[in-house]
Design a binder for this molecule. Structure first.
Ligand code: HEM
Length: 225
């Protein structure tokens, strides 16, 4: 008796979805785009590395949020609890903190690559603008996350950081009040930074990442030089 070749489960799932939504052809057309030879270089991977670090931030951030308590009375203790009592809590927190720093470094390195190879020029100007917003959002993630441990370093770091933003001409005072929720860094500031870190910034970065990637797919990668 002849045995039928085994069909992989993901092929069967694909067939099942295709029968219902007719998605195979448009999806394959969208995904199957070979990387041009000139772009197979390490410095063309910096944007992808930034994105990989963003995904790591998302996953470790969700895990931390299972134990972190965003109130002035509990925040610091919840960090101690994560470090000392939660299994691998120290590791998850350290990965989150280190990949945050790396993400900023990689984002800047990626931006420099785009600048040096002139990839910001026509027709990619709008993607440069989207990228600038992505850099600002990445920095905002770092800034709002810095306060969350609610220790002395966090408190004074955020005090000085928000003071700097308050010095921006015209909008500085309003921005300072909006960020701090009053003249000083208090529990209200912690609530606001937590809300920004967990809700507002993720929502915004998804919009700009989506735009960034759609533009890259439409225009293709720049070059060769
Ligand atoms: C969260 C931050 C960012 C992520 C995840 C990201 C991701 C990417 C990826 C995956 C690519 C494909 C090519 C490559 O990897 O080099 C790319 C291309 C591009 N990025 Fe970004 N990017 C970010 C920030 C920025 C910034 C800050 C700028 C500039 C201000 C920028 C401008 C561009 C431009 C103009 C391209 C097209 C380059 C080309 O066609 O050669 N991006 N980005």
């Amino acid at each position: 008796m002849q045995t039928q070749p085994r069909v992989k489960w993901w092929t069967r799932l694909g067939d099942w979805l295709d029968e219902r939504f007719d998605i195979r052809i448009p999806l394959e057309a969208f995904l199957n785009k070979p990387v041009p030879k000139h772009a197979i270089k390490w410095y063309f991977c910096l944007g992808g590395i930034t994105f990989a670090l963003f995904v790591i931030q998302g996953v470790t951030g969700i895990l931390l949020s299972l134990y972190y308590k965003p109130t002035p009375t509990d925040a610091y203790d919840s960090i101690l609890f994560i470090m000392n009592n939660v299994r691998f809590g120290w590791l998850i927190r350290s990965i989150h903190a280190w990949s945050a720093k790396l993400m900023i470094a990689m984002c800047i390195a990626h931006m420099l690559r785009v600048f040096i190879t002139g990839s910001y020029k026509k027709p990619r100007e709008l993607n440069w603008v989207a990228g600038t917003f992505l850099l600002l959002l990445t920095l905002a993630f770092g800034f709002t996350g810095y306060l969350l441990p609610w220790d002395q370093t966090a408190l004074w770091g955020s005090t000085v950081g928000s003071e700097i933003l308050g010095a921006i001409p015209l909008v500085g005072d309003a921005l300072l009040g909006l960020l701090r929720g009053g003249p000083d860094v208090t529990g209200l500031t912690l609530t606001r930074f937590y809300g920004a870190h967990m809700l507002v910034l993720p929502a915004l970065i998804f919009v700009f990442l989506g735009a960034h990637f759609v533009i890259i797919r439409r225009q293709g990668i720049s070059g060769p030089l």
